[in-house]
Design a protein around this ligand. Structure first.
Ligand code: ATP
Length: 302
């Protein structure tokens, strides 16, 4: 759905993207992560056809952003990291304006506006002026503006900034709902634990280059991920777990992360088997920081 080939982007005195290539499959949510100044916002702006590459190419839904930027805009929703709202307009008018500017026909606008407002839980605020909304509610309105035309691709730059815990949870649910509807999403954020709630892929960018791209699984309710830690290194840890029929996501001599069942008896048996096989088990429990661990394993290594 998104294909980037050897993308180079330069500000007047700064090469911000240096040979970026990536593919984002349709129907996925990809986390775009990296340190401050890495090039995330610049990459998202290039994907949104708001910046034209110095060299290389970007294609959204098969359309080259430099040849058909307007067609790309019609298929794409973009939430910038800093955005303005028309404070004097009501939520309904802001969304109507966004719908019309994305080419939604007047006859279809009211339904599109209400649908977008419902998705971000702003239906009860349709007549409130944007200038009277709290920061979190403004964020929700900005997200609604980005999805009002039901785009195929949604790019969100720091969408959780300023949201309260409930609104963040609602945002996770919304993003998963959009993904379920077949949309392709790219979300830039520094809050890795949250990205893990909904992202299926991760792209790590550092100093304008992709340093790691790794598939991370969305939390699986039936088969959560577990982490086993050893006190003494054993090079056969992954093989042992695979031999026990487990789906090992990542492993080294001291740790392994794998999908496993909630079943307590099965977990107790696995620990028993490990100990009986001579593994020096120091810890075993739910893995909650897989994305964060994998981020730190990839960033700062160059
Ligand atoms: P953050 O996590 O801090 O938001 P980022 O990964 O989004 O950072 P970008 O905003 O894409 O990073 O910036 C990438 C590089 O380009 C940085 O070195 C930044 O200083 C530089 N840069 C960004 N905008 C401009 C600009 N308008 N003119 C010149 N340089 C810029």
């Amino acid at each position: 759905m998104i294909e980037v080939h050897d993308l180079v982007y330069e500000y007047p005195a700064k090469r911000a993207l240096d040979g970026v290539s990536l593919v984002v499959p349709q129907g996925t949510i990809t986390a775009l992560v990296g340190p401050n100044g890495a090039g995330k916002t610049t990459l998202l702006r290039c994907l949104a056809a708001l910046e034209m590459p110095y060299s290389g190419s970007v294609a959204i839904d098969g359309l080259d952003t430099s040849k058909a930027p307007r067609d790309v805009h019609a298929r794409l929703g973009y939430l910038p990291d800093f955005y303005g709202l028309y404070d004097a307009l009501s939520v309904r008018r802001c969304l109507t304006y966004a719908a019309w500017s994305h080419g939604i026909a007047p006859a279809l606008t009211a339904a599109a506006v209400e649908n977008a407002a419902r998705r971000v839980s702003l239906l009860d605020r349709l007549e409130t002026r944007a200038g009277e909304l709290s920061r979190g509610l403004r964020q929700r309105l900005a997200i609604a503006q980005a999805i009002v035309h039901t785009p195929k691709v949604v790019l969100l730059d720091e969408p959780a900034a300023g949201l309260d815990p409930q609104a963040r949870r609602d945002l996770s649910a919304l993003l998963l709902e959009l993904k379920g509807a077949g949309l392709t999403l790219v979300v830039s954020s520094h809050i890795l634990a949250e990205l893990e709630d909904y992202c299926s892929e991760m792209i790590v960018i550092e100093a304008g280059q992709i340093v790691g791209g790794k598939a991370v699984k969305v939390k699986d309710i039936e088969r959560p991920r577990y982490l086993v830690e050893l006190a003494t290194a054993r090079s056969d840890l992954a093989d042992f777990l695979k031999g026990a029929g487990l789906d090992v996501a990542e492993a080294d001599d001291l740790h392994a992360v794998f999908a496993f069942t909630h079943n307590r008896a099965a977990r107790a048996k696995l620990v028993r088997d490990l100990v009986q096989a001579g593994f020096d088990v120091a810890g075993f429990g739910a893995s909650t920081k897989a994305l964060e661990e994998s981020y730190f394993a990839q960033v700062g290594k160059r």
